[in-house]
Design a protein around this ligand. Structure first.
Ligand code: C5P
Length: 205
């Protein structure tokens, strides 16, 4: 069973993907982390995102890098969003994601183009979203909780900028697949969103 979970930044898709993986006993891949690693590595080398992606694929994305807390920073998300516009970066990361999706027994993947490009044949597809204001509110609260001092307006501006880049790029833009269930979590708490996702996947499989 392959489950594809796509959606914009701070929509809750990562939380939902992890909960689905646990419920159905499947491995899960947060594909944003791969793009974050590329963005981060590009910045460290003052360089070229295409080369950073190739180098990371060649050394198989070391755990030490994927576990680095800096990958979770909002600033790294922005770097990832910039790097992910490059078709050569997307090509470099493609096979790793396809192999993960098609492993025996199935998998859950979350990202932007899982249901459209990486696993168009997925058994269940979810498109998780929420209003930009609500996503900014959640991201802002989470950042304040981590001790990051930032105003709500700056977070909202970043959410909107990332949405624009992710939906506006030519190669594999953020797009709801025709057969994806739309899960708008704007007015839902975490548990309600997870319950709705599990109910949908159970019905589909
Ligand atoms: O999901 P997350 O916020 O960690 O992703 C960081 C960035 O990586 C996104 O803003 C997006 O530009 C890019 N990304 C992508 N395709 C994916 C996953 C993430 O382009 N499948």
């Amino acid at each position: 069973m392959i489950i594809a979970v796509d959606g914009p930044t701070a929509s809750g898709k990562g939380t939902i993907a992890k909960a689905l993986a646990e419920h159905f006993g499947l491995p899960v891949l947060d594909t944003g982390l791969l793009y974050r690693a590329v963005g981060y590595q590009t910045q460290l080398n003052h360089g070229d995102p295409d080369k950073a992606a190739d180098a990371l694929v060649a050394c198989d994305f070391p755990d030490a890098l994927l576990d680095d807390p800096a990958l979770r920073y909002e600033s790294t998300g922005s770097l990832a969003s910039r790097a992910s516009v490059h078709p050569a970066v997307r090509r470099a990361l493609f096979q790793r994601q396809v192999d993960f999706a098609n492993q025996p027994g199935g998998a859950v993947l979350d990202g932007r183009d899982i249901g459209t490009v990486i696993a168009p044949h997925a058994d269940a597809k979810l498109f998780v979203t929420a209003s930009a204001e609500e996503r900014a509110r959640r991201r802002h609260a989470e950042m304040l909780g981590r001790g990051v001092e930032i105003g709500y307006d700056a977070v909202l501006a970043d959410v909107r900028a990332r949405d624009a880049r992710d939906t506006g790029r030519a190669d594999a833009p953020l797009l709801r697949a025709d057969d994806a269930m739309l899960l708008d979590t704007s007015a839902m708490d975490r548990d309600a969103a997870i319950a709705a996702a599990i109910a949908f996947v159970t019905e589909r499989t």
